[in-house]
Design a protein around this ligand. Structure first.
Ligand code: AKB
Length: 320
């Protein structure tokens, strides 16, 4: 029997991951860890939720104990753009929060999923076909917390045998919960603005290629990796995973196939642009494919069809 805790369960990935885990493993077996934002709707109705501030070791430990948790999906995080504005907060949540999760996992024998990111790379990394094992000297605080997290997870596995596993997520595109404060958020916002106003002002410049992924694939990645045969995993943590790579122009052209009048202009945010320029154009994810069968379903075309269908539906119901 699995008993799962998801930290950051009201966030962009956490909210959809929690519901899918409840689908697969039963609502009462998946605890939604919340902090400042209360869960609503399905998230509040389909299973238990608890206040779990990951920077508070006692709060985390008492929830793990109370629900006999054996697996923690640790999604609580501060994204890259917010992290640059508040580096102390990014460090506290990104590193001290993870340290507490790993300590509790060690004490209560839990497996841990940790999402690293393309942010764990930096300007001296080979940015095309970025290898699984390569130079990592990120220049954002977000990236520094992600590299530290990758190494902490390796350390807890090697030193204490904690079953840590993780991926390096690209920008995640979704239509349920909005992302908050990332560099790749434009690739979500553009769909909403295209449906609502047929125009969008892009904060990243033409030619800024980044890896991206549709949410259903991001969720499958987390669950499939956690369910994978451990004897096949040579890396365990920080697997490069990707599904597509595009720049804002390519994305706008794809949207225009469905909304011919869509107009995009640019107002480049220097801080976001600097971060994006230091991240890979596209990663090599062969290790994930070989070691645990990573195989994304959605590409830019199929994702765009689905995104526009869902967002148009919400718009027609007055929900956005
Ligand atoms: C961000 O832009 O900060 C995140 C990420 C790629 O990790 N979406």
């Amino acid at each position: 029997m699995k008993n799962i805790l998801v930290t950051g369960s009201v966030g962009q990935i956490g909210s959809e991951l929690t519901l899918e885990l409840r689908n697969r493993f039963g609502g009462s077996n998946v605890v939604a860890g919340i902090n400042r934002t209360q869960p609503t709707g399905e998230l509040a109705e389909t299973g238990p939720y608890m206040k779990v501030d990951t920077t508070n070791l006692e709060e985390l430990a008492s929830t793990v104990k109370k629900y006999n948790i054996d697996t923690i999906y640790h999604l609580a995080a501060v994204l890259s753009a917010v992290g640059e504005k508040n580096p102390g907060l990014a460090w506290n949540i990104g590193v001290n929060g993870l340290y507490n999760v790993l300590e509790v996992a060690r004490e209560f024998n839990c497996a841990v999923f940790f999402p690293s990111s393309i942010g764990a790379f930096g300007p001296t990394t080979p940015l095309d076909n970025t290898p699984q094992d390569t130079i990592q000297r990120p220049t954002s605080m977000y990236g520094i917390t992600k590299v530290t997290g990758e190494m902490l997870c390796d350390y807890y596995y090697l030193r204490f045998g904690v079953d840590t596993r993780g991926v390096r997520y690209p920008g995640i595109i979704s239509n349920a919960t909005l992302p908050g404060g990332g560099t790749t958020d434009y690739a979500v916002e553009i769909y909403y603005e295209a449906v609502k106003h047929q125009k969008f002002t892009c904060p990243l410049g033409k030619g800024t290629f980044l890896d991206m992924m549709y949410m259903p694939d991001a969720i499958d990645a987390a669950i499939n990796l956690m369910e994978a045969d451990p004897s096949k995993l040579k890396h365990r943590n920080a697997f490069n995973i990707s599904a597509m790579s595009f720049d804002p122009e390519i994305l706008a052209t794809e949207i225009r196939k469905h909304i011919p009048g869509f107009v995009m202009s640019y107002d480049v945010d220097p801080m976001k642009q600097k971060i994006a320029d230091s991240w890979p154009n596209y990663m090599n994810d062969a290790a994930a494919r070989e070691e645990w069968g990573w195989n994304p379903v959605y590409n830019l075309e199929s994702m765009t069809v689905d995104m526009l269908k869902v967002i148009r539906d919400k718009h027609s119901k007055g929900l956005i």
